[in-house]
Every structure is written in C-alpha cells, then in structure tokens.
Design a protein around this ligand. Structure first.
Ligand code: PMP
Ligand code: PLP
Length: 419
C-alpha cells in the first residue's frame, strides 16, 4: 500500500510537536531523570487530591494521590500506554486482523485513543479528503459524518443500500464509471475513500452481512480504496455470533476502523479509538497533538478499570434488545397501516417510512411537537437535506416501553390527521 497517495496536503504537512516528543520521552524514562524540559504545570498546585468512584457492580475505582497527580497531568497523544496495550489485545481478540500484511514496517497496524469516535472520524476525513474528491457512502447516514465531510468540499456519492446495508452490486455499478487500471493515473477522479456504518446503522438500523462485506472489500481492492468502518454499535449487536468486521478481513491494510465506548461505558466522558495502518494512525496522532493534545488523562484510566467487566457484560445488550422488542411491538400495534420498517439487529434506532407522506420535516418539526412526540425527520441524514424524505428515526434507547407505546399512539394519530 502506498499511503502517501491518500493524504491531503494539510495532513502530509503535519510534523511532530517538539514539546510533545519530550513529554512522551519523559513518560518512558526512569524517575531518576531530572527534566527541566517539559512545559507541564506542577500538579501540587491543582486543587484535586484523590478520587473514589462507585461502580454499579459494587466495586470502587480509586485514584490515590499519586494516581490523581498523573490523571491531572498531560499525557501521550496516542493514549496512556496501559490503555493502548489493553485495547490492542482487545482488538486482536475480537477481530484478529490478518497479520501477514501488517509485518512490514509500512503496513503495521496501530491504534490511538480519541475523544469519542467522532473526533477520530473527523480527523480521518480531514486526513484523506480534498475539495472536489469523490467520496462513497451509503446515505441516509449519520448526520455527524455529514457535518464533518460536507465542509471539506467533497462530492458525496450515494451507494444504494437496504436493511442489510450497502449493496455490493450497486457499489460495482457506481464504480463502473472508472477504470480500475487508471485509478493511479494523475488526475484520476476515482474515489479513494468509502465510508460505512456496518452494524445497527444510524439512522437506518441496518447491519451488513458477512458476504456483502467480503464483496465490498474486494471492490475496494480492485479500485485501491480505503474503507472507513465506523462501528459504534458493534458492542450492541443483539444476536450471536457477531458478524466478522471489515478489520478482520483486512489483508491489505486498507481499513480504518473507529470504535466508541459511548454506548457501553459513557457518552459524556468522551472516549473512543481508531485502529488502522500505522502510517495513517500516525497522521491522526499528529493532528491530535495540534488540537486536543490527548483524551483526558483522568478518563482513560477510569474507563480502563471499568472496561473489562463492561465489555463482557450482557446487561447492556439485553437492555437494548428488550427496548427494541418493545418498540417493534408498539409499532405493530399502532403503525401497521400507516408505516413500514425493518426490525434492527443492532444499535438503538428504528427507521420508519411513513406511508403517503412525501416529506416528514414539517410533520415532525411543527405538528409532532403540538402532539408532544419528538422524532428525527429523515432528511437530516440525507446528502441533500432539502430533498423530500418520507422517513423518521425513532430511538429506543432512552424511553420506557410505556412511553414508546404512547409516543407511537400519538404518531399514529398525527399521521392519520395529515393524510
Ligand atoms: N496556548 C499556550 C500559549 C500554551 O502554553 C498552552 C499549554 N502549554 C496551550 C495553549 C494549550 O493549553 P491546553 O492544555 O489548555 O490545551
Ligand atoms: N458514528 C456513528 C454512526 C454514531 O451514531 C455516533 C454517535 O451517535 C458516532 C459515530 C459518535 O460517537 P462518539 O460518541 O464515540 O463520538
């Protein structure tokens, strides 16, 4: 893989921040090293002394004075070493990425901690996408992705999808505009980046089948594209066995995967991680050096100490599965005549097509509020948000089954009045 061809001029121009290098060097040195180098403030002047946080399972996570001093200080931009080691093992256990291709210096896999997967995604897009570039994705898609991509001035090309995600034959058709043997020629407009949400897609709830992933990966090989696998609902798959990921198929080193702890540990503490070929992860880390510097040094060990038990806990999955079932049964009860949907096998969203309503924007933003029921009008997930869209997104994460039932009763009467 020649990663240089994928980088924007801005990303290629990033250089390590000299002070950051010294900070990281100091972290790896014995305590006997006397450093007058770092610009770190003295944590003895900080007001916080220690912390003790109760975990729902009855355990306590404690930060004594020494741990607290460290938690309040600057740390490495790619993440604290013990969390990185833990996550690299996790990633290997979950996805076992084919390592043969990763043994070369150029293709080694690496990871970094990010302040939520949104930060990782935004930095990955800014690393790879130039104004005028053609970028492939399956819309409707996550509005946060559109918010990060659209200002880059790229041309978003929709690849048709259904309840099983992106359709490989449709991707092939879109790509047939270009000749695979010419994608490396100067001036080629062939897309270099494909973005998709493989499980419990936001907003559609769609999950991609293994076969489709294989076919999409093969097309990415043919056209020498990178795939951005944005998988925040991976840990919220309701049925076992979980589908193999793009990362698990990545013999070439063309997958950049973003993971998130927002749905299983905390969305407010802001932590996620990026996994991908080392030369690309290095560029993301250089961008972090120049922006957030690193994810909170307090958040990282806190989450690490709760992680093991949370990832292996079926409590979260069972909760969301129950919520999904409740929403589907209320939809069956109230919306059968006025709407259509597919039951999602992951995530927290139901994507509902309202029959006989060309665009849901007005219905939701004006009339639904009067009836005291709120959903997201589908248009916000479209490449052109002003195109009419008959869909709404309903989240089953936060409301009780009783509230969901009442909400759908209200929605049903709203639709009937609008028809
Ligand atoms: N600006 C200046 C002039 C600084 O010295 C520093 C910290 N060394 C920063 C910004 C970054 O500060 P923060 O840790 O709040 O990101
Ligand atoms: N990607 C998708 C598809 C999402 O649905 C979300 C959150 O809603 C994110 C990324 C952002 O997640 P994080 O909280 O980790 O930044």
């Amino acid at each position: 893989m020649n990663y240089a061809r994928f980088l924007t001029a801005v990303s290629a121009a990033r250089k390590p921040s000299p002070i950051r290098i010294l900070t990281e060097l100091q972290q790896r040195s014995p305590p006997s090293l006397i450093s007058l180098a770092g610009g770190a403030p003295n944590p003895n002047t900080f007001p916080f002394q220690s912390a003790s946080i109760k975990v729902k399972n009855g355990q306590t996570v404690s930060f004594d004075e020494a741990a607290m001093k460290r938690a309040l200080q600057y740390s490495a931009s790619n993440g604290i070493p013990e969390l990185l080691t833990w996550m690299k093992n996790l990633q290997k256990n979950l996805h076992n990425p084919p390592t043969a291709s990763y043994t070369s210096e150029n293709g080694q896999m690496d990871m970094c901690v990010t302040t939520g997967s949104q930060e990782g995604l935004c930095k990955v897009f800014e690393m790879l996408v130039n104004p005028g570039d053609n970028v492939l994705l399956d819309a409707p898609t996550y509005s946060g992705t559109l918010a990060a991509l659209q200002p880059l001035g790229c041309n978003l090309i929709n690849v048709p999808s259904d309840q099983h995600g992106m359709i490989p034959a449709a991707l092939k058709e879109v790509l047939s505009r270009w000749d695979p043997s010419e994608v490396h020629k100067p001036g080629s407009t062939a897309p270099k980046v494909l973005y998709t949400i493989p499980n419990g897609g936001n907003p559609t709830g769609a999950s991609m089948t293994t076969q489709r992933k294989k076919e999409v990966y093969e097309l990415a090989r043919q056209y020498d594209m990178l795939i951005i696998e944005d998988d925040p609902y991976y840990f919220l798959q309701f049925d076992k066995p979980w589908a193999p990921t793009f990362l698990s198929m990545d013999v070439d080193g063309r997958i950049i995967r973003t993971d998130s702890f927002s749905k299983i540990l905390s969305s407010g503490l802001r932590i996620g991680f990026v996994t991908g070929p080392k030369p690309l992860v290095d560029r993301v880390v250089l961008h972090i050096q120049a922006s957030t510097m690193h994810t909170s040094t307090f958040t990282q060990p806190l989450l690490q100490r709760c992680m093991k038990q949370s990832l292996s806990s079926h409590r979260v999955i069972e909760f969301y599965r129950g919520q999904r079932d409740a929403m589907i049964s209320s939809a069956d009860k109230w919306l059968k005549d006025v709407a259509e949907w597919h039951s999602p096998s992951a995530g927290m969203f139901l994507w509902i097509k309202l029959k006989g309503i060309a665009d849901t924007q007005q219905l939701i933003m004006q009339k639904a509020l009067e009836k005291e029921v709120l959903l997201v009008p589908g248009g916000v997930f479209m490449i052109n948000s002003s195109d009419p869209c008959p869909y709404v997104r309903a989240a089953f994460s936060l409301s009780t089954p009783e509230q969901i039932d009442e909400a759908f009763r209200r929605l049903s009467s709203l639709i009937k009045e609008a028809l």
